[in-house]
Design a protein around this ligand. Structure first.
Ligand SMILES: Cc1ncc(COP(=O)(O)O)c(C=O)c1O
Length: 391
């Protein structure tokens, strides 16, 4: 059937509409000479470790620096990742089970393409990182939202029963992102055991998203979900250097998992990006080997920023990640929608993301990034936000 000028039905669902009006308003405000504090995208104000920067990669040191890389990943990066994963796991992770990716967004798209078919369903605990819904839908699969993260402190919340109720014969996978965007919480042992039982009982893939693995604010890193003995044969984990190394613009990540999954991931990846940018792979390898204390310092700064932001809003401190997620209901005027409330915050100079982008059950919520601004600017932004929240 003739199609022009209509785009695909699959991509029609992939819009950022919930947010675009506010972004336009923020840009207009800036154009008119007013300051806007963007607490939206989970990026950082810190420059990355010196060894990983674009300017540290030189053709003189790396012949054919700008040629295609090996599709699985540059050997230097695969070795660095392999050593890192093996140390984390306390067991040898074979290099052939690792695929370097062009960041975790592309990486998860590759995983979803490799493991799912159109029409499959994926259990998507919500609220969620906004792009994951589109990544699943872009495959022609169906994201099945399972409200979870705002309920994890409720002792009567039965995760196993909730997941069971969301299952259908088409369910093929569950997505697990812990530490979590947008709540900056982690799943407890109790909840992870529920995930294990459901995944095992119904033969599900477990799609682990490790984006925030390095951003932990307690005494030590969280034990990786993908390394749990009961999940190892079904967990396909995707990591990124965007957060823990401040390299979001470098677009480097990686996926690893059991052999059957990785063979499919390799196949799918070749057709999507072929290989990740080689100069940035070499920088990533150097940072993984030795970041010169960068991650320790970033954790210290982000921990402080998270504490301040939580106190300003009046929510519990984050345990790991870059966002806070709060219910705007107590702060809204009578008759005001969340978007109206966000527009009022923007009038005070602070832009935040509507919770709706993180799930249909979160219309009343708001997501705030606490790592995007340097301390003094964050203080100013939080002061302005408080003037709206606690009038
Ligand atoms: C949970 C989660 N997964 C994946 C990503 C994507 O990371 P990348 O920059 O590597 O594409 C993000 C980025 O914000 C994220 O929050």
């Amino acid at each position: 059937m003739p199609r022009f000028p209509i785009a695909s039905k699959t991509t029609e669902t992939l819009s950022a509409r919930v947010f675009s009006g506010l972004v336009q308003k923020a840009k207009a405000r800036e154009a008119a000479g007013h300051q806007v504090y963007w607490l939206t995208v989970g990026d950082t104000y810190l420059e990355p470790p010196a060894v990983a920067r674009a300017e540290a990669q030189r053709t003189a040191d790396h012949p054919r620096l700008h040629n295609y890389a090996v599709p699985a990943g540059d050997p230097a990066l695969l070795d660095a990742i392999g050593d890192k994963l093996s140390k984390q796991a306390g067991r040898e992770i074979d290099r052939v089970l690792i695929q370097v990716q062009s960041g975790a967004t592309a990486g998860l798209s590759v995983v979803v393409k490799a493991l799912l078919d159109a029409g499959d369903e994926v259990l998507l605990p919500s609220p969620y990182w906004p792009l994951i819904r589109g990544i699943i839908a872009g495959r022609g699969a169906t994201p099945v939202e399972v409200p979870l993260w705002d309920r994890i402190d409720d002792e009567s919340f039965d995760l196993e029963a909730v997941l069971e109720a969301a299952l259908t014969p088409r369910t093929a996978a569950i997505y697990v992102n812990s530490p979590h965007n947008p709540t900056s919480r982690v799943l407890s042992e109790h909840h992870l055991e529920a995930v294990e039982r459901v995944a095992e009982r119904h033969d599900l893939w477990v799609l682990c998203d490790e984006a925030y693995e390095e951003l932990w604010f307690g005494d030590e890193a969280f034990a990786p979900v993908w390394n749990r003995p009961k999940l190892r044969d079904r967990a396909v984990a995707t990591h990124t250097l965007s957060k823990g190394y401040g390299l979001a613009g470098a677009r480097i990540g990686y996926t690893h998992g059991p052999a059957a999954a990785m063979e499919a991931v390799r196949g799918a990846q070749t057709f999507m990006t072929y290989c990740a940018a080689r100069p940035m792979q070499l920088g990533a390898a150097a940072a993984i080997r030795d970041d010169g204390g960068w991650a320790d310092e970033a954790r210290r700064l982000y921990r402080e920023a998270g504490k301040k932001a939580a106190a300003a809003i009046g929510v519990p401190e984050p345990v790991g990640g870059t966002f806070l997620f709060f219910d705007s209901t107590p702060f809204r005027n009578e008759g005001e929608t969340t978007l109206d409330f966000l527009a009022r915050c923007l009038d005070a100079g602070v832009l935040m993301t509507p919770g709706r982008a993180c799930g249909t059950a979160y219309d009343a919520f708001v997501r705030v990034c606490f790592t995007s601004l340097p301390p003094a600017a964050l203080d100013e932004a939080l002061g302005r936000l408080q003037s709206v929240l606690h009038r």
